[in-house]
Design a binder for this molecule. Sequence first.
Ligand SMILES: Cc1ncc(COP(=O)(O)O)c(C=O)c1O
Length: 337
Amino acid sequence: MIDFRSDTVTRPSAEMLEAMMTAPTGDDVFGDDPTVNALEELAAKMFGKEKALFCTSGTMTNQIAIKVHTQPGEEVVCDRLSHIYNYEGGGIAFNSGCSVRLLEGDRGRFTAQDVIKNINPNDPHYPRTSLVSIENTSNKGGGAIWDSNEIGKIKATCESLGLPLHLDGARLFNALVETNQSPQSLGKQFDTISICLSKGLGCPVGSLLIGNDDFISKSRRVRKVFGGGMRQAGIIAAAGVFALNNNIERLKDDHKRAKILADLLQMQSWVYNVIDVDTNIIVSELSQPDDQKKLIDRLGLLGIGCVGFGPGRIRFVTHLDISDDDINQCEDLFKKI
Ligand SMILES: Cc1ncc(COP(=O)(O)O)c(C=O)c1O
């Protein structure tokens, strides 16, 4: 199977497994796991922040951040395509008791002006706006990268209004390598950052929440309440240390392969249009939208995995376990559709 369903399907490499097998461990709920501590220090330092917290998933890091930044009855501002709204099981309402103000951005990206227009007045009729969250790259936006200048304007807007700015950076490193930006520069633009280790970076599990000391202390308590305190977690944290040291720059290879695959898809009669490819996500609009399921099944029978991505659309994602040869094979396999 050439598995383009997601960049979460990667399996740990032999070197990553070796790092995991030899990692020193301890009880992380007691703060005793040296490998978890090393990973958290590495991530915090990378982004120029005080502290980081190792969690099981990007959903958990985002949901903890929202819980810490808000009080029940308040409102979170985010794009209508955002993962925190669409794909976290209604967690904003369930965990934090907040409502959501959805912005109509361009492929998941909105502007500082959009934020300004959607802040509620200081009037008890309205929920108090208490958090702005952006997603870079935007998954449902087809891997779209945010303009760093616009993020700067959003940050300035949030600061002037006393609002924290959170980044769902599940695929942040894809944006950073593509735009040659440093994590430190991004670190300055956000109060809190979530990054995933289990997507393009190739780890079997894990995400990190990054912020200042006070925020991470509060987050540690919420992680415990959410059942996310882990014991000898160094085994999986070791994969994270390995990934942050070895698997970032190579994301550029995934982006090159994504562009080649996009060109191939654009040549197929069953594809009407391929959305611009910025990073490792390719979204194709189908010529016969109603044939979506049939097409995904047919591709599956030919050994190509992809997923439906809204009506009449399919998504392919390139990652660590997709090679040049896999892309070349697609050229022949697509002819059999
Ligand atoms: C943009 C974005 N944020 C958060 C997540 C959640 O990550 P996890 O699957 O680790 O909960 C995902 C997962 O695909 C994602 O794409």
